[in-house]
Design a protein around this ligand. Structure first.
Ligand code: DAH
Length: 355
């Protein structure tokens, strides 16, 4: 084929190829076939040296013109395809603002956290500070400095999770033997920590998790939540204790619930009481929920034992105080008439979403 015909054929082939090409990749194939290293036009250019000298200038000019035509055609088609791709992308990403939205499910705070915060609010309103303490406690803070005698049953391994030290010589990094450390069985140890660091007046609460080797049943959980309270100041009396805790019960359970104070024993308070709130199911008449007593126990309390103050170098002749420990799961059970504390541990949304 004469070179002019070949050039015309190449141009026609490119034109046809470009018309068919629907993507930048297809366009690229057309370009490579014509002007790539092994392309048809490139081959012609290479043969230019073999053209008779008198024809060479005209033929060279023609070939160059064809090449620039081809390049212009390719560039124009590339522009069209780029625009089409952009249009497709824009329409694919378009948002139909008239479509109904997908609602996302919003979580809620767990009932225990809600109540813990509510209790914090009540005492913060009275000017108390909110303290924190360690989950892993030593025997001194959990028992000894709280005036618990060495043979007190609460110290036994049946009632306390002792931390087992796996270090080779039985002494870990802390230099304590296993039986010195435990998962705190009560938040009362935080009283001792706070009084070691600060002197009266002290008005504090400490909410937190505590642990006991109990099997979970309707009334017990191996891990639960307490709010400890401690007041130490000059001239604090049992009247202050009762006024404060009655106020607390009214705020949390409502004005129609009655309270009663039953004498009890705790090593760290003297005298000590347990406080009951009237049953919300039977309003004091007696039912299965309150085991026919009409009352439900929610906290322990008492006047701080002078021995506890002596452990932390606070003068019991000058200062007196009261302390209390509220069971948060019990407050939840009482307020919402929950028949079984285990409901609070399940994570069952059908239950938890009601609050
Ligand atoms: N620590 C007690 C318990 O776990 C609760 C308690 C009772 C705390 C009386 C106190 C208190 O601070 O004064 O059963």
């Amino acid at each position: 084929m004469a070179m002019t015909d070949e050039l015309a054929a190449i141009k026609a082939q490119v034109r046809e190829g470009l018309d068919k090409a629907q993507t930048v990749e297809e366009l690229e194939q057309v370009r490579v076939a014509a002007t790539g290293k092994k392309g048809r036009l490139t081959a012609i250019m290479r043969m230019m040296g073999k053209v008779a000298p008198e024809e060479r200038p005209a033929m060279g000019k023609l070939a160059n013109t064809v090449r620039s035509n081809i390049e212009a055609m390719i560039a124009a088609r590339r522009g069209e395809l780029d625009q089409a791709a952009l249009d497709r992308k824009i329409s694919a990403e378009a948002v139909d603002v008239t479509l109904p939205g997908r609602s996302s499910r919003i979580g809620t705070q767990h009932l225990i956290s809600q109540i813990r915060e509510e209790i914090e609010d009540v005492f913060c309103g009275l000017g108390y500070t909110v303290e924190d303490g360690p989950y892993i406690e030593d025997v001194y803070h959990n028992f000894t400095a709280l005036n618990a005698p060495v043979d007190h049953p609460s110290r036994s391994a049946n009632d306390t999770f002792y931390v087992v030290d796996n270090a080779p010589e039985g002494k870990g990094d802390l230099g304590l033997s296993s039986s010195d450390l435990l998962l705190r069985t009560q938040t009362s140890g935080v009283q001792v920590h706070v009084m070691e660091q600060r002197k009266p007046p002290i008005y504090m609460i400490c909410p937190g998790t505590v642990f006991r080797p109990d099997t979970a049943d309707a009334n017990h959980l191996p891990q639960f939540t307490q709010v400890e309270g401690l007041v130490v100041d000059e001239g604090i009396t049992f009247g202050d204790l009762k006024g404060t805790l009655d106020y607390f019960c009214r705020e949390i359970f409502g004005k129609d619930r009655a309270t009663r104070y039953r004498p009890h024993f705790f090593p760290f308070t003297e005298p000590s009481c347990e406080v009951d709130v009237s049953c919300g199911v039977c309003h004091g008449k007696g039912c299965r929920f309150c085991k026919n007593t009409g009352w439900l126990e929610i906290l322990g309390c008492g006047m701080v034992d002078p021995n506890v103050l002596r452990y932390v170098d606070i003068d019991p002749e000058k200062y007196t105080g009261f302390a209390f420990g509220i069971g948060v799961e019990r407050v939840a059970a009482l307020r919402y008439d929950l028949p079984d504390l285990r409901m609070l541990m399940t994570g069952d949304e059908r239950f938890l979403k009601q609050f």
